[in-house]
Write a protein that binds this ligand. Structure first.
Ligand code: IMP
Ligand code: MG
Length: 355
């Protein structure tokens, strides 16, 4: 039993929300904790009846009814967004926020919207995350423990994730993407406000590394980028429209720029930074629409077989699942999923409460 870290190899918007919900169900995770930056992330999951679940703060793993969800102490919390998600998803009895999370205020959002550098040059999501993190670093931020409306949900999430990972399956859901990392992307200032690697995710939630069982890295078959910055193999908008594969941001509604394939050198670098034990290849239906008609690993189409081989070579890790459509269950498992998650042998960690 151990924690599974889910991160994105490139610029995000790759289906971390879907992967987190799918895996939570498949291994019946006891707890899932959001890592990453804050509410600038947008995860969406399309259910079987086409209902779309949109989340910016809590992990989408709540879709498994046995999974408790929390926000790690390194993640910025917008109380309005947190409380709205608890209400919409009806998960008030199993949702937590770490007492130490720094809080995003209306003032942070207002300042970000007025900030011409972030707005015009960087293409920020303007959700107040950069200004809130800056206050946190300057030690002027308010923490979750000091917000009255959050009191029913405030706890030591770091303690919870360590305890739960020692005895059961858990998930740490990262946000954004490795290539948007503040200190590791080569595209600064076209980055977000913190790192987005597996190591950053482990730190965001206060997890002891010895409790990590799997690091699953999501690779989007047709990588996208919102906001400014380089995008290798970028397609023309007209070609995106011709193929009917347009995408829009969950948080901003902006059209996403898209590439026709992942850059293998970047994947190799990202894999060096993240150390994936497995790869989830997503948006395969955009890459090759014929995959939508396929339901088992024996039927994988040749363009995707080639892509899988390229991605495995570049990352040095096996592709364990691919998705073949937009809904939560549109997944083809390549590895034996439950067995994979049981391989980890626990090394032993001292768990103690804070005071
Ligand atoms: P900020 O973190 O909102 O200031 O945005 C900085 C850059 O990161 C912009 O290019 C955003 O489009 C990008 N970004 C932030 N969050 C996400 C995300 O969840 N998915 C994809 N891009 C993001
Ligand atoms: Mg962080």
């Amino acid at each position: 039993m151990s924690a599974t870290i889910i991160v994105d190899a490139l610029w995000g918007d790759s289906g971390k929300g879907k992967a987190s919900a799918y895996i939570a169900r498949r291994i019946d995770a006891s707890l899932a904790v959001r890592a990453g930056i804050g509410t600038n992330a947008g995860a969406s999951v399309v259910l079987e009846d086409d209902t779309v679940i949109r989340a910016r703060q809590l992990p989408t793993a709540w879709l498994n009814k046995n999974t408790e969800v929390g926000v790690g102490s390194g993640v910025l919390v917008d109380p309005t967004v947190f409380l709205d998600e608890i209400d919409r998803f009806d998960i008030g009895d199993r949702a937590y926020v770490d007492s130490r999370c720094a809080v995003i205020t209306k003032e942070h959002i207002r300042k970000e919207i007025e900030d011409q550098h972030l707005n015009k040059k960087i293409g920020s999501t303007l959700t107040g995350n950069g200004y809130a993190r800056s206050d946190f670093v300057l030690r002027t931020a308010t923490q979750a423990k000091d917000v009255p409306e959050l009191q029913p949900y405030v706890t030591d999430v770091a303690l919870k994730i360590n305890e739960a990972s020692a005895r059961s399956h858990t998930i740490v859901q990262g946000s954004q993407g490795t290539m948007l990392s503040l200190a590791l992307s080569t595209d600064y200032p076209y980055t977000t406000s913190d790192n987005c690697t597996s190591a950053a995710a482990i730190d965001d939630v206060g997890l002891n590394w010895q409790l990590v069982g799997q690091v699953l890295m999501i690779v989007k078959a047709m990588p996208s980028r919102v906001g400014a910055g380089p995008l290798p193999h970028e397609m023309e908008l007209i070609d995106i429209e011709k193929r009917g594969i347009e995408e829009r941001g969950v948080v901003t509604g902006r059209p996403r720029r898209k590439a026709d394939r992942p850059d293998l050198d970047l994947l190799k670098y990202s894999s060096m930074l993240n150390g994936p034990t497995g790869i989830i290849l997503t948006f395969c239906d955009h890459y090759d629409p014929d995959i939508m008609a396929v339901s088992s690993r024996d039927g994988i189409t040749s363009p995707l077989k080639k892509l899988i081989a390229d991605v495995e070579r570049a990352t040095g890790a096996p592709v364990i699942m691919i998705d073949n459509g937009k809904r939560l269950d549109d997944i083809i498992e390549i590895a034996e999923i439950p067995e994979l998650f049981n391989q980890y042998s626990y090394r032993g960690v001292n768990i103690g409460a804070s005071h």
